[in-house]
Design a protein around this ligand. Structure first.
Ligand code: ADP
Ligand code: MG
Length: 215
């Protein structure tokens, strides 16, 4: 798949929403080891709101779609992760020319701007044991990829994010509830990074499903 139009992007975001909501028990479990165990609840709440907003409206541009996704998360989730994950979706469309379809290059550029916005808002850097540890390598993998295929770019992003999740086990937390545990948070993966991996894996799976249907 070389380009994704607004309607397809909406279907992909709804697919991602379902996947994140199904992952609630896993995210709760991950967050309860070193956080306060509410990350699964927060993400489920956020993506339930996204589904409501996206299902009830038609969108003309990819820009609107991502902006409304971010706004739905921001309005429903609350807390640090509400700001951070809504920015992951809406930070990249800021300043982007309105478009009704997008290619892998433009998508990679959009996600890089999102990463920048997340870091500007939250102040976390690689190694602080946050979702940035998965988002940054995922964005780097996407920017490096020149092949133009969406299934492939999302597979690479998911793989990079998964490695990033593994790396968070080695870090001591500097943000969120896990911060109070400091060195004791070492050995456990970060919940938000796990969500980033789930999101990119779901995007890849949606593309593979779509390609299989069309073959
Ligand atoms: P809370 O920490 O308020 O309980 P959640 O449990 O929903 O919120 O989310 C925790 C996740 O949010 C962390 O695992 C981390 O990945 C992410 N996070 C928290 N603060 C930041 C930040 N400043 N920058 C980036 N990610 C953050
Ligand atoms: Mg929490």
């Amino acid at each position: 798949m070389k380009t994704i139009c607004t309607e397809e992007m909406k279907a992909m975001l709804l697919f991602i929403a379902d996947r994140v909501m199904e992952s609630k028990p896993m995210l709760t479990e991950v967050d309860s080891r070193i956080g306060d165990g509410d990350h699964g609840i927060g993400m489920e709440t956020g993506f339930r709101a996204v589904k409501e907003v996206l299902s009830g409206e038609d969108f003309d541009t990819v820009n609107q779609l991502f902006r409304q996704t971010g706004i739905a998360m921001l309005n429903s989730m609350g807390g640090a992760s509400g700001v951070v994950f809504s920015t992951m979706f809406m930070g990249g469309v800021k300043g982007m020319q309105d478009t009704s379809q997008i290619d892998t290059q433009a998508f990679a550029d959009m996600m890089s701007r999102s990463l920048e916005a997340v870091q500007k808002r939250g102040g976390a850097r690689r190694g602080d044991k946050t979702m940035v540890d998965a988002l940054e390598p995922a964005c780097a993998a996407m920017s490096e990829y020149q092949g133009g295929d969406f299934g492939e770019i999302f597979c690479r992003a998911a793989e990079a994010a998964q490695k990033g999740v593994e790396e968070t086990k080695r870090y001591a937390a500097k943000f969120g509830r896990a911060k109070s545990l400091m060195e004791r948070s070492i050995g456990y993966q970060d919940a938000g990074a796990t969500s980033v991996w789930i999101i990119f894996r779901a995007a890849a799976d949606w593309c593979l499903k779509k390609e299989a249907e069309e073959a």
